[in-house]
Design a protein around this ligand. Structure first.
Ligand code: MRU
Length: 354
């Protein structure tokens, strides 16, 4: 990172967590929350790729924004550094491939990339308008999700359960699953939100609790392993989570720990709702077994902020995501439709064309 500016844009509400300023990307450093609100300026493709890999910039829709804005950044750098066309192609591919599971990163790149021959200004305008569209999509899906849950539980003030972070921090300015919670809260229909801590990087504890506190929504943080028990106790009316990629049959890739929650929800008879933009649906992938699941550094599991939790020689498995089979998903809510998930091959793809 070249520089960090403290606090700007975040004093009231959560402003855009990623944007284009002059000819650089400015993003909120999500690794520093909740203790610090630092903005970072990303001026090169190397810096952007590193920021994406370290989760400075994270969350599926924000990764879509990073992909689109990243193409603009690469075009600027190509001009400055006199890259050949093939060097530019290589650098844009690096952005697209910086994290494999979230569909939206590659979608963001692919929306803007074809405009490269039209020059930097056109590319920048397209990237900025794509970022605006992300926010609009999230607002629409949040309203639809809130309508769905309000209809499912007429007159009830809801106890909800969520995993990871799907709020404005993940959605540029408005969240997906947490956007649904926020929309329900605006209707005075939320009594409490249960938040999984979301090991190993604690997006639930660090980010979702931070957002809920700012929104004034009552919440309780639980250990990831407590989720199924809390559901079994009858303390939750519905689970609402986001998604990083949804296959054609409705299998859902989302932050590790989602699958356990879905199993717990099914056992407890609690609806399990997935909220994500259409761009997260990847109908080129028949089912979850074909989704690339990112494996991250072992040290993220064996250490917390540099402190060893296990014997030095302990090896870890660090799957960043898991795949929840479609049969455990009650509904998928997108910016365009509500899919009450049927099971079977191509279930989502069939509804797409219906
Ligand atoms: O690894 P992250 O923090 O980028 O994880 C992505 C997520 O926040 C979740 O999996 C989320 O549910 C999808 S993004 C709204």
């Amino acid at each position: 990172m070249t520089s960090a500016e403290s606090g700007r844009a975040l004093s009231a509400g959560i402003g855009p967590v990623i944007g284009w300023s002059g000819d650089v990307i400015v993003a909120l450093d999500q690794t520093a929350l909740p203790r610090q609100t630092n903005l970072v300026r990303l001026t090169t493709v190397d810096q952007l790729v590193e920021a994406i890999r370290r989760l400075v910039v994270r969350g599926a829709p924000v990764l879509g924004a990073a992909g689109a804005l990243g193409v603009a950044l690469a075009v600027r750098e190509a001009d400055r550094s006199s890259w050949t066309p093939s060097e530019l192609t290589y650098q844009v591919d690096r952005i697209r491939d910086a994290r494999p599971t979230a569909a939206d990163l590659a979608v963001g790149v692919s929306v803007v990339r074809p405009l490269i021959p039209q020059g930097a200004k056109v590319v920048e305008a397209a990237a900025r308008s794509y970022v605006d569209r992300i926010v609009g999509s999230n607002r629409r899906l949040a309203t639809r999700g809130a309508d769905y849950l309000a209809d499912l539980f007429p007159g009830k003030v809801l106890r909800l359960h969520t995993h990871c972070n799907t709020g404005a921090l993940a959605g540029v300015e408005w969240g997906t699953a947490l956007g649904v919670v926020q929309a329900l809260h605006a209707r005075k229909l939320v009594s409490q939100v249960i938040v999984d801590e979301t090991r190993p990087l604690l997006q639930g504890a660090r980010l979702t609790c931070w957002e809920l506190e700012r929104l004034g929504i009552d919440h309780r943080l639980i250990c990831d392993g407590a989720g199924p028990y809390v559901l079994a106790r009858g303390d939750v009316d519905a689970v609402v989570v986001g998604a990083d990629r949804i296959a054609a049959n409705g299998d859902v890739a989302n932050k590790i720990g989602t699958y356990a929650l879905a199993l717990g929800a099914r056992h407890a008879g609690v609806p399990f709702v997935v909220a994500a933009p259409e761009s997260t649906l990847d109908v080129t992938i028949p089912d979850g077994s074909a989704i690339a699941v990112e494996q991250r550094a072992e040290a993220e599991v064996t250490q917390v902020q540099g402190i060893l939790l296990a014997p030095e020689s302990t090896r870890a498995l660090n799957y960043a995501f898991d795949i929840t089979p479609a049969e455990f998903v009650s509904a998928v809510v997108t910016d365009r439709r509500l899919i009450v998930v049927p099971s079977g091959p191509g279930a989502i793809a069939k509804q797409r064309t219906a």
